[in-house]
Design a protein around this ligand. Structure first.
Ligand code: B12
Ligand code: SF4
Length: 527
């Protein structure tokens, strides 16, 4: 039984890893004295298992059940997902993107059943949704939607429900909204994820950790509320990060991490800070991360040092190998510089660090021809990448609240911006704000985008063309940032991971078997 239950998951991908958001929120609440049970694998459990979990963990003392709605996708049984993978006719990005869901993984009738089970156990228990998908507000009967960084909001809500303290919330027809402008969180630099014995970590588990939040860049296709921050903003104090790593080591023997920053290495300055912080530890850690390519290429001396401080898998958002596109999106773009740079990295790192690159089809001024030139380079045997992610451009269409709501509530102070379509909480990208400048003729309002060189459907066709081509097997690699730690968590060694490809049915069978075992072991501890 717990005062607060939080459901979380990152499903649909092979292997296993946990989402930082749920555990950061749990750490904050536990520090303030609340008793919290996080329940992982939520989007991978069927309804009857969820009902049993609720029967076990919700009682008269439960203040709320929270849902950490960020990276989960639609629920599929293990068998359905296995069949999807075994068909080998779709790329992993497609399996995951097809599974995207506005808020909840399970169908509406099942979500209703989950809510009614909670209320049968305790009619006063509130339903709370936080995480990235909370801005979709697309489920009825949710009591509170927590938008943005949730640390302060959730403690205010928990205190309100337990002690009757006052609470700032916007009442809308979608439920009550609480935002991080109403409850700003200013202590990120001293924050930690503090793992608890009832998180039931697996021995030696690879866990997520934050070094910094947000990004100093502002690429034109990218839309995060913390983009364009200054160096040092939302960065942990050296002491805090070290204490977090040492506590994890002493309490649980943890040494392997996924650093979930948007961009771990964005500058020499940040590298030096990370280097100093990790070098002073009395033990070594290993980690995977997202990084910009440019700081490594303009400071080649840091390339071997990244390996020495523990980097094992890295993903660069290359996005495009077209110079003009690079200029318009805020990335390198130069085909030769990128190829030479990646070759240099590979020659230093060899197989000690797996190196993957993400590409986007359909960015400003990218033509089909330049995209195919990129494909050809990726198909060639001498490209140094261990992993490739190729996805069509996704024009974000953030949810809007009706303009009239601004007459009743101070939405501006709550962090919303008034746009021609209504009030929007998230930042929108530069492309979304000024599509004409970037060559887009439709897509902000319409369901599909179009620019002067490509349509969304043509981008989709190119993606399929790439994934159905037998060359560039790296697109099936399990060594990418998304999968590396998930593979470690199902027992594959570093040197094995570079040889795992998900077009290999024997590997798929074994990976599903190992994940099912972990899930069952975890469930046995919770029930
Ligand atoms: C790290 C990361 C990943 C990692 C996650 C690994 C791991 N083990 O954690 C990997 C690489 C696996 C990944 C994969 C994907 N990701 Co991702 N990822 C991120 C990233 C960069 C950081 C997320 C994170 O952990 N941050 C640290 C935590 C502590 O911060 P936070 O998430 O902001 O959490 C705060 C709030 O959300 C809130 N909160 C969270 N949970 C809860 C719960 C409650 C109850 C409350 C009250 C509050 C609350 O409070 C938290 C603390 O302030 C975000 C971008 C971003 N900056 O958010 C994208 C992001 C979450 N990913 C996204 C996407 C699209 C994907 C993929 C689908 C990409 C793809 N095409 O494959 C896959 C899907 C994964 C899958 N199902 O297999 C989108 C989600 C969009 C959506 N939900 O519709 C994001 C937002 C990026 C984007 N804008 O495109 N991702
Ligand atoms: S694409 Fe990457 S580097 Fe660019 S703003 Fe977004 S997170 Fe930062």
């Amino acid at each position: 039984m717990a005062e607060i239950v939080i459901f979380s998951d990152i499903n649909a991908s092979l292997g296993h890893s946990r989402y930082a958001g749920a555990y950061r929120i749990a750490s904050e609440l536990r520090e303030k004295g609340f008793d919290v049970q996080v329940i992982d694998f939520f989007a991978s459990f069927d309804l009857s298992t969820i009902v049993s979990l609720l029967e076990t963990h919700v009682d008269r003392s439960t203040l709320f059940v929270g849902f950490s709605a960020t990276i989960w996708t639609k629920y599929k049984s293990d068998e359905e997902l296995y069949q999807d993978y075994m068909r080998n006719d779709r790329s992993i990005p497609n399996i995951i993107i097809d599974g995207m869901t506005p808020v909840f993984p399970h169908p509406e009738d099942q979500v209703k059943h989950i809510f009614s089970t909670i209320h049968k156990k305790n009619p006063k228990t509130k339903i709370v949704v936080g995480g990235f998908k909370a801005t979709n507000y697309k489920t009825s009967d949710v009591d509170y939607w927590i938008l943005g960084q949730g640390e302060k909001s959730i403690v205010a809500l928990a205190n309100h429900l337990k002690h009757g303290t006052s609470l700032k919330a916007l009442e809308t027809d979608k439920g009550k909204l609480i935002t991080d402008k109403m409850y700003p969180y200013s202590k990120f630099s001293q924050s930690k994820i503090v793992w608890h014995e009832n998180d039931f970590l697996f021995p030696g588990e690879n866990v997520p950790i934050e070094f910094a939040r947000g990004c100093i860049y502002k690429c034109s296709f990218c839309a995060f509320n913390l983009n364009g921050k200054k160096f040092g903003d939302y960065t942990k104090l050296k002491r805090t990060f070290q204490e977090e790593l040492i506590t994890n080591y002493e309490n649980f023997g943890l040494t392997e991490y996924m650093i979930v920053d948007d961009t771990l290495i964005d500058s020499r300055q940040k590298f030096e800070f990370l280097y100093e912080t990790l070098s002073e530890l009395p033990f070594n850690i290993t980690f995977s991360a997202y990084s910009r390519l440019e700081p490594l290429l303009s400071n080649p001396d840091i390339i071997p040092l990244m390996r020495d401080i523990g980097l094992r898998s890295v993903e660069f958002g290359i996005e495009s190998m077209n110079k003009k596109t690079g200029q318009y999106i805020g990335k390198l773009g130069d085909r030769n510089k990128i190829a030479d740079g990646l070759n240099l990295l590979k020659s230093i790192w060899k197989d000690d660090v797996y190196m993957a690159a993400g590409y986007i089809i359909g960015l400003p001024f990218e033509t089909k021809q330049s995209m195919r030139e990129t494909f050809d380079w990726l198909y060639s045997n001498n490209n140094p990448l261990d992993g490739i992610q190729m996805t069509k451009f996704w024009m974000e269409r953030p949810p809007f609240l009706p303009a009239e709501l601004g007459d009743r509530y101070d939405l501006e102070s709550a962090g919303f911006n008034l746009t021609p379509r209504g009030w929007v909480y998230e930042n929108v990208s530069k492309i979304h704000n000024n599509p004409e400048y970037y060559g887009f003729t439709q897509g902000v309002v319409e369901s599909k985008w179009k620019n002067i060189n490509m349509t969304q459907d043509e981008a989709m066709d190119l993606e399929n063309e790439f994934y159905t081509n037998p060359n560039a097997r790296q697109k099936h690699s399990a060594s990418t940032f998304v999968l590396y730690n998930r593979m470690r968590n199902i027992g594959y060694a570093h040197h094995e991971i570079g040889k795992l490809y998900h077009d290999d049915n024997d590997f798929l069978k074994e990976a599903f078997r190992r994940r099912a075992n972990l899930k069952q072991e975890y469930l046995n501890k919770l029930l």
